[in-house]
Design a protein around this ligand. Structure first.
Ligand SMILES: C[S@@+](CC[C@H](N)C(=O)[O-])C[C@H]1O[C@@H](n2cnc3c(N)ncnc32)[C@H](O)[C@@H]1O
Length: 202
């Protein structure tokens, strides 16, 4: 389990696959203090801590909520890789300890709230149209992404964003197909992301 116990000071020290920093920077320019952001699928907190850093550096007082089962996604993708398995095994069946440790180590104990939950169950805890931005990065198979979109779409407020990672036809065809079948007008965004804008007036 080499690497998981290395010291962490910033999100850059945290293992992960995060590449939508430009999207986070756009979000803190676009939204205002008092808004609420949710990231679904946090792994060890790399993208989540980057988001908190971007918000802090922009003096934006937003709620940042990270949702994760902390049990990993299991085998997935073309190679059937269990990418989170080692981190889950490191924690005796959960990566929650590492995720929370990393949030604390980055100095974001009071900026990030962690919700250990399945994505769809977590969505049910939020009022409809109460969230400015929901970013999906949990399991990447078709049915999971469809379920995540269906669960979180009503929670996004008018003028808000629903987006997700791994918008890649070759590597993650289920993501691309689920977005196409669920959302009219979703587009490629940032680096390898998709985004759908909820109309501001209806
Ligand atoms: C690709 S990783 C997230 C990576 C992270 N966003 C980053 O860039 O550093 C996917 C995460 O989704 C979580 N996950 C998988 N299925 C889930 C579900 N149904 N509900 C909540 N989290 C889930 C896994 O535990 C894993 O930590």
């Amino acid at each position: 389990m080499a690497g998981f116990d290395e010291p962490v000071q910033t999100w850059r020290d945290i293992p992960g696959w995060f590449q939508w920093r430009s999207g986070q920077e756009e979000a803190v320019e676009h939204f205002g203090s008092g808004d609420r952001f949710v990231e679904v699928g946090c792994y060890l907190g790399r993208s989540l801590c980057s988001l908190a850093e971007v918000a802090r550096d922009h003096a934006l007082d937003v709620a940042i909520i990270g949702v994760d089962t902390a049990r990993g996604s299991g085998p997935e993708g073309r190679g059937g890789t269990d990418a989170h398995g080692p981190a889950v095994a490191h924690g005796g069946g959960t990566l929650a300890g590492l995720l929370h440790r990393n949030v604390l180590a980055c100095g974001f104990a009071d900026r990030i709230q962690l919700l250990l939950s399945d994505s769809v169950a977590a969505a049910a805890l939020f009022a409809d149209e109460s969230l400015a931005w929901v970013h999906l990065d949990a399991r990447h198979d078709y049915d999971s992404v469809r379920a995540d979109i269906a669960a979180w779409l009503p929670k996004v407020r008018p003028g808000g964003w629903l987006s997700g990672d791994d918008y890649d036809e070759w590597q993650w065809p289920g993501v691309v197909q689920a977005v196409a079948d669920s959302l009219d007008g979703a587009d490629a965004w940032s680096k390898g992301q998709w985004r759908w804008l909820k109309p501001a007036d209806r």
